[in-house]
Design a protein. Structure first.
Length: 110
């Protein structure tokens, strides 16, 4: 299996876990708290598998950038948290940065 599929799955799980973290209301709600902890554990384990192949800096750059954008979108849709122009522009730059890394860096291991 391509490690970038594993990385994508890890990111998706981390985004769900982050949404559950918000829903846990400061760890005062049991099921969202347990879901968040299980999700973060699973996502981090998957990230360790990716880091066996992909350099740590590259894996983490992709993980954090895509996670930021997806978490912001989930927060906007699910929790009705507003995204203003600078936030959207910043996320666009994050996406551009990931594309530059993935398309042009020899560190990615094409």
């Amino acid at each position: 299996m391509n490690v970038y599929w594993i990385l994508g799955g890890a990111i998706a799980i981390e985004v769900v876990a982050t949404a559950l973290l918000k829903a846990s209301d400061g760890f005062t709600r049991l099921w969202p708290t347990l879901g968040a902890l299980a999700g973060f554990g699973t996502a981090l384990y998957a990230l360790t598998l990716v880091m066996r192949v992909v350099p740590t800096g590259i894996a983490y750059a992709i993980w954090s950038a895509v996670g930021i954008v997806l978490t912001s979108l989930v927060s906007w849709i699910v929790f009705k948290q507003r995204l203003d122009g600078p936030a959207i522009a910043g996320m666009g730059l994050i996406i551009l940065g990931v594309l530059v890394i993935h398309l042009f860096s020899d560190s990615v291991g094409h």
